[in-house]
Write a protein that binds this ligand. Structure first.
Ligand SMILES: Cc1ncc(COP(=O)(O)O)c(C=O)c1O
Length: 368
């Protein structure tokens, strides 16, 4: 098919709608270009001070109660899964798996030194709740399943007060509301709502999680240094990471935290992602050619919107046209295998740009 040119007047100011890595605001890039820290030592005072500001900023953003700490390490959330299997799960985890990412943590918990995890699965597009089970000491699930666009409540398993609640917040943190009293570990990579680059993991941890980390580390389990949460704890308390981090990621992250705090913190960011995603869901509910993939409105993510294409519309055709017009990364999660669009409505994406995207989609749908 010949190229379809979307009128410039309909186009969003910024065409990046990916679900991660996702939009980096121009002000972040400007801060990066002016930062005196690039190319300087991560062990010297200026970078350590930046790490300290990030840790304090996140404690403020998430309203962390006294005793909670912010840890960080190199390797992203994927490295954190292995670190958690090595140093946070004592005997057995319960993992909720309703998409790719919850499933990956479940796989990491199949470590030979742990009991077989209790994996509770639900079909993509739906979700499942945790259930108290004797002998489980970690309950784990993603707050936002990036692969399917399902969000889940963060609530402790009250019937099991000794167990830790460990939340994958990679695509949720900074874009969905959360109460720190409801989690022990809230971990994420910063390349979604925080508009940074990948390669880092960050975790807000409760006193109970710190106690667990220290107790397992003091035992006789072999834990490689790179995966040691005790090493991460000790280094984070000195505002550093075990090994060299990407300083650019730290600068971008700090810039985004400051931007969120300036505008009203997490409630403001969550309200913005809710407004952006609602535009898409309401449009899809009205439209004959597209429908929300997630059936239960309560489970529809405010930060990753998945929409099924109907009436013969094909994802590859639509995404090709959008890409040719500068609107990128709107394709479905590659392993889900659905004919759908997946649109990131993270904090950096303005509701105005989402409204423009909808106008562009209407324009394209009428012409293919
Ligand atoms: C919910 C969730 N968890 C974990 C990850 C893995 O993050 P990373 O690639 O930074 O290790 C992702 C990546 O997209 C994700 O969306």
């Amino acid at each position: 098919m010949a190229q379809l040119t979307i009128p410039a007047s309909l186009l969003p100011a910024d065409g990046r709608f990916g679900s991660g890595p996702s939009r980096v605001r121009a002000a972040q890039v400007q801060a990066l270009s002016q930062s005196p820290l690039l190319g300087t030592s991560h062990r010297a005072a200026p970078v350590k001070s930046l790490v300290g500001t990030i840790r304090a900023g996140l404690a403020e953003l998430f309203s962390l109660p006294a005793g909670y700490e912010v840890l960080l390490g190199v390797g992203g959330a994927s490295a954190f899964w292995d670190a958690a299997a090595a140093g946070l799960v004592e005997h057995r985890s319960q993992n909720l798996s309703f998409g790719s990412f919850g499933g990956k943590f479940a796989a990491a918990c199949r470590a030979p030194w742990l009991a077989t995890p209790d994996i509770r699965t639900a079909d993509p597009g739906s979700r499942i709740d945790p259930e108290p089970v004797e002998g489980v000491d970690v309950y784990a699930w993603p707050q936002n399943e990036t692969s399917t666009g399902v969000m889940a409540p963060v609530r402790r398993v009250v019937a099991d007060p000794g167990a830790l609640t460990v939340i994958d917040a990679t695509s949720a943190a900074g874009g969905l509301p959360v109460q720190a009293a409801e989690f022990d570990v809230y971990y994420f990579s910063p390349q979604k709502n925080f508009g940074a680059d990948g390669g880092l993991w960050v975790a807000a941890v409760s006193p109970a999680a710190i106690e667990r980390i220290e107790r397992i580390a003091a035992g006789d389990r072999y834990i490689p240094s790179f995966l040691s949460l005790k090493q991460a704890l000790d280094n984070s308390r000195k505002n550093q990471t075990l090994n060299t981090p990407a300083i650019a990621t730290l600068v971008l992250l700090q810039e985004q935290i400051a931007w969120m705090l300036e505008h009203g913190g997490l409630p403001w960011a969550a309200q913005r992602t809710t407004a952006s995603s609602a535009l898409l869901y309401e449009w899809a509910d009205r439209h004959a050619s597209v429908a929300p993939f997630v059936q239960d409105p309560a489970n529809r993510s405010s930060v990753v919107v998945t929409l099924e294409l109907l009436r013969g519309l094909q994802e590859d055709t639509i995404t090709r046209i959008l890409t040719e017009n500068g609107i990128v990364n709107t394709g479905s999660y590659r392993k889900l295998g659905r004919n759908q669009l997946r649109i990131g409505t993270f904090a950096s994406v303005s509701p105005e740009d989402v409204a423009s995207l909808i106008a562009c989609l209407d324009y394209v749908f009428e012409r293919v």
